[in-house]
Design a protein around this ligand. Structure first.
Ligand code: AMP
Length: 236
């Protein structure tokens, strides 16, 4: 199963991708997480993107496209993957279309998480994770069962993302509207888009996605496009 999860920051796509990864043995490819790891390592890429990420802006397309091209070629991705946070611009979508077409990889679904944006801001600014194992929590909706102790690994250190503050979140939402939302029309046109209610309880969203995955795919054969083009092809 090869899917894209599309939606504004905080819509729950990362949480759901992590759950489905475990259940179906898929690889969750989170560009945000990959970039945060580069920043933490202090790599060349990390040094280039750290400041951009803190401001909530998108990092340049060419860096992300190269990173994804390398990642989806990995042996572990051959059984299936969920793209979480990519593509986010029309150039990225065009590059992905071309990449998948050339590798004869067929996308099964593009899942669009529909959400209320003010609620999104509350969701994002309240989230934190275990510094040890990365398990996700929230100040209001999902606190550890024992205060100060991770349910999964017993870790006692927690962390918050530097870009999970209100000002940055609003900037990320604005970028989502101008740069990412147009992809919804594109994936609708080629018959891949499935919209789900991202405001539903976490378990209900997982159940709906699981059903969608079980129902299988209405597969669409991707066509190769001009790699130099920045335009998403209008039709298959
Ligand atoms: P996320 O964890 O998906 O919210 O991403 C965190 C940050 O990483 C974003 O605000 C961007 O700065 C950067 N980022 C992640 N994915 C992309 C992408 N596909 N294109 C550009 N920037 C990205």
């Amino acid at each position: 199963m090869k899917s894209i999860f599309l939606g504004p920051p905080g819509c729950g796509k990362g949480t759901q991708a992590a759950r489905l990864q475990e259940r179906y043995g898929l690889v969750q490819i989170s560009t945000g997480q990959m970039l945060r790891e580069e920043v933490a390592k202090g790599s060349d890429l990390g040094r280039k993107v750290g400041g951009i990420m803190e401001s909530g802006k998108l990092v340049p397309d060419e860096l992300i496209i190269a990173m994804i091209g390398h990642r989806i070629s990995g042996e572990d991705c051959q059984g299936g993957f969920i793209l979480d946070g990519f593509p986010r611009t029309t150039s990225q979508a065009a590059a992905l279309y071309s990449m998948l077409g050339n590798k004869r990889i067929v996308l099964d679904h593009v899942v669009h998480f529909s959400v209320d944006e003010d609620a999104m801001v509350r969701r994002i600014t309240g989230r934190f994770s275990c510094a040890e194992c990365g398990a996700g929590y929230h100040d209001e909706y999902q606190t550890p069962s024992v205060y100060g102790e991770c349910d999964h690994c017993g870790g006692k250190e927690f962390q918050r993302r530097a870009d999970d503050n209100e000002e940055t979140v609003r900037a990320r939402l604005e970028d989502y509207h101008t740069q990412t939302a147009p992809l919804i029309d594109f994936y609708t046109e080629i018959g891949l888009l499935r919209t789900i209610d991202g405001m539903a309880p976490i378990d209900d969203v997982t159940a709906e996605l699981a059903e969608m995955f079980h129902r299988g795919s209405e597969q669409v054969e991707p066509a190769a496009i001009d790699e130099s083009s920045n335009e998403i092809p209008a039709t298959r």
